[in-house]
Write a protein that binds this ligand. Sequence first.
Ligand SMILES: Cc1cc2nc3c(=O)[nH]c(=O)nc-3n(C[C@H](O)[C@H](O)[C@H](O)COP(=O)(O)OP(=O)(O)OC[C@H]3O[C@@H](n4cnc5c(N)ncnc54)[C@H](O)[C@@H]3O)c2cc1C
Length: 382
Amino acid sequence: MDLFEESVVPEHARAVKREAREFAGEHIAPAAEEYYRSGEYPWDVLEAGMDAGLVAQDIGEAYGGRGLDLYEVLAIAEEFYRADAGIALTLQLASFGAEMLGEYGTEEQKEEYLRPVAENEQITGLAVSEPETGSDLAGMSTTARKEGDEYVIDGEKYWIGNGVEADWVTLYAKTGEDPNNRYGNFSLFVVPTDSEGYEAEHIPEKMAMRASKQAHLHLDGLRVPEGNRIGAEGAGFWMLADFFNHGRVVVGGHGLGLAAAAIEEAWSFVHDREAFGRGVSEFQAVQHKLAGMRTEFESARALNWRAAEKVANDEDAGLWAAMAKTKSTETATQCAEDAMSLHGGRSVLTDRRIARVYRDVRIPVIYEGANDIQRNLIYGQQ
Ligand SMILES: Cc1cc2nc3c(=O)[nH]c(=O)nc-3n(C[C@H](O)[C@H](O)[C@H](O)COP(=O)(O)OP(=O)(O)OC[C@H]3O[C@@H](n4cnc5c(N)ncnc54)[C@H](O)[C@@H]3O)c2cc1C
């Protein structure tokens, strides 16, 4: 059973998919349990991913990357998340947010900040969410006040992937107060993490994806030059919305990887286990459950790859990205639930792959916009 057969993947993305599969089998899957237990940052796997040319390579060739497109990044996500979601998130977040600099930044900014990320000398993070606000992107309260040719940034950010480890973050802050233009009040900035006024601490330990690290940021009178603003002042919300359309297709891939892991574990368990003098897989109810999981998985995968095409071609991107993210991540939660029940008592043994998958599926339904928000977008964009 090859759940990630290639026919749905465009031909040009198949080579990198194979590279990702080989890498995941060799470096991610064997390290998964150890990093889940220790909760440490998987620097060695990240560095191996860099050496393999699979980290931060969506940055264009002009700035030192491979210029991988959305299809290729999705193909990598499927394979990495199937192997382990926590390590996969760390590998995929190494350039998180930097893509917007690639899209909207000046030549000077790209040379200074993007090239070192593409060349794997630096890693980044994206700082949007706050302790009191996550879903409401136009409700964030961190401010960036213009003072001469600098911006002074004050506020807090929460849940920021790589907030401690990154060299710089793309930070989303309020630059306007126009109540009639709620979405036009925000801008994006490159913020080096060694700036005075930048403090980051890891958030309390999570129950899932422990090999990825998020931080609570305190920004206190932090100054950045005007030249660190990405794109036009007031355009931050729109740049972010477009970025999330791409990101949500990839988060769909996180769900598909996790769903595939759940199906694989369930399949092998019931084909190995006996009850009532028969193999458990011989019970029709068990077969129906496996049939349902596969059907949901294939539906989600077909939708997700169709959404990739829609987003790549900028056709109703917001609608398709939200549908793909919702369907694929919820297929993962359902497949994990079903796989747990097929494992009987062994489902709750902490160190089983299925238990790790069951914990991990709780996360992609939340990040890059909780699925209730995706449903608002789906309804609103039809
Ligand atoms: C592991 C992890 C990594 C993350 N990484 C990052 C990162 O790198 N950078 C970053 O900026 N953020 C990151 N986040 C934050 C993430 O994007 C937010 O958690 C998410 O957007 C939800 O925000 P919230 O947690 O504040 O929930 P809230 O906004 O408080 O919402 C709570 C719940 O209320 C409901 N709800 C809220 N508003 C609505 C509505 N309008 N309609 C219907 N229901 C609604 C939903 O059910 C929602 O789940 C990460 C989160 C996690 C868990």
